[in-house]
Design a protein around this ligand. Structure first.
Ligand SMILES: [Zn+2]
Length: 403
């Protein structure tokens, strides 16, 4: 007996799409009762954060390779900026970050009406520009459940209030959802999905998301080529094998859509751009750093900051806002105001201070975390020199990007 797992193409943002004929273990006695129940297919959207396409070639992903072999797989070009929140939100809304409103992992509202956006922000005002698929499904009467996904904890369409009793008014969430907690293990995540699917049909979800972050975490901490990263790739493959085997035991036909939000490219902590050597720290605040930097000009210092950033710099290039919007398909809203800066060579990293100005303990952590980083080309364009090309983000006044 074979199970057919159909894979739906995951729009433009899917890095890994695997559709397969998954081997099915013979149901054991404990599964006899549920096996007799006819089940409608469930669509399970699985994200493996930071899963680079060539991780499939390391010989540690028999499950994913099997799914890809019998289904469909393709490499993706992430939306710009190639960061976790913009691309996860793009995948579930069908809109690029310049239209979905989530254009970075960290943002500030240029109008100053909203508190700064972080990856913990659940204020619907930041998210309401684009409707996620689980809200559309719920509106259509399709029950949904999310085992983590950026934005899945947000009462979409709702409004934040000043009331402690009802801090969020209105809005739609998945019927079942989990507040993100990195301490929830991969096994627990898979088992939660399976528990949802063991429910009676009336309260069983038809659309489910499942999110794994360990591949991304180890890729950032140790580098894409490190054994720790390969081990996390193998572990997620095992978890997906666990998922498919249990689905088979449940006689639950699945549509598996397995995606990633971006890849991972190596760079070196020695190849960093100290922002305070490029501009006077008195002229700006740092909003986000990494493969790009997002800076806000201190009021009254805009011209000085612009003058410094628009000057020629090794490995760094700056644009005024209109040009950067054309170059990177940046959002007209929440976008940088006067200047954007982008790298002109590969493998650079930005940070606000010189290493020697950072406390020793912090530096040890910083070196470890920043030893390797990934990035991708702006607006999906091939990067110079054949490598990846991390570039700016949006947000406030000025963007600096380095490769
Ligand atoms: Zn990510």
């Amino acid at each position: 007996m074979r199970w057919i797992s159909r894979i739906a193409a995951a729009a433009a943002c899917a890095i890994l799409q695997a559709c397969a004929t998954a081997p099915v273990a013979a149901p054991g006695p404990s599964h006899i009762a549920v096996a007799e129940e006819p089940r409608a297919p469930v669509t399970i959207l699985v994200s493996i954060d930071g899963f680079r396409p060539d991780y499939l070639e390391r010989g540690v992903t028999p499950v994913l390779n099997g799914l890809a072999k019998d289904g469909v797989s393709a490499a993706m070009r992430p939306s710009f900026p190639s960061k976790t929140f913009p691309n996860h939100w793009a995948m579930v809304t069908g809109l690029r970050p310049d239209r979905s409103g989530i254009v970075a992992n960290t943002m500030e509202d240029p109008a100053g009406k909203l508190p700064p956006f972080t990856m913990a922000t659940d204020d619907p005002a930041w998210w309401n520009d684009a409707e996620p698929i689980w809200v559309a499904a719920e509106k259509a009467g399709i029950r949904t459940a999310t085992m983590f996904w950026p934005g899945a904890n947000v009462a979409w369409g709702g409004r934040k209030t000043d009331s402690h009793l009802t801090p969020i008014e209105g809005g739609t969430r998945p019927s079942d959802w989990q507040q993100f907690n990195q301490q929830v293990s991969g096994e627990q995540r898979v088992n939660t999905v399976l528990d949802w699917l063991r429910r009676p049909a009336a309260i069983r979800p038809r659309l489910v998301t499942l999110y794994f972050d360990t591949v991304d975490g180890n890729g950032h901490s140790y580098g894409p080529d490190a054994p720790e990263t390969t081990r996390s790739v193998a572990d997620v493959d095992r978890l997906i094998g666990m998922l498919t085997a249990e689905l088979a035991a449940l006689h639950q036909p699945p549509n598996l859509v397995i995606v990633a939000d971006h890849g991972m490219a190596a760079t070196s902590s020695a190849r960093t751009l100290a922002l305070d050597t490029i501009a006077d720290p008195a002229d700006y605040r740092v909003i986000e750093t990494g493969p790009y930097a997002s800076l806000a000009a201190v009021p009254g210092h805009e011209a000085a900051l612009e003058r410094r950033l628009l000057a020629p710099h090794p490995h760094l290039q700056c644009w005024r806002r209109r040009r950067s919007q054309r170059a990177f398909i940046m959002a007209p809203i929440r976008a940088c105001r006067p200047i954007c800066a982008s790298p002109i060579s590969a493998g650079r990293w930005t940070r606000p201070s010189r290493p020697k100005r950072v406390a020793a303990a912090t530096m040890a952590m910083t070196r470890r975390r920043r030893r390797w980083r990934r990035c991708s080309s702006p607006a999906g364009r091939p990067s110079r020199g054949g490598g990846s090309c991390p570039v700016s983000t949006m947000s406030t006044s000025i963007r600096c990007c380095a490769t």
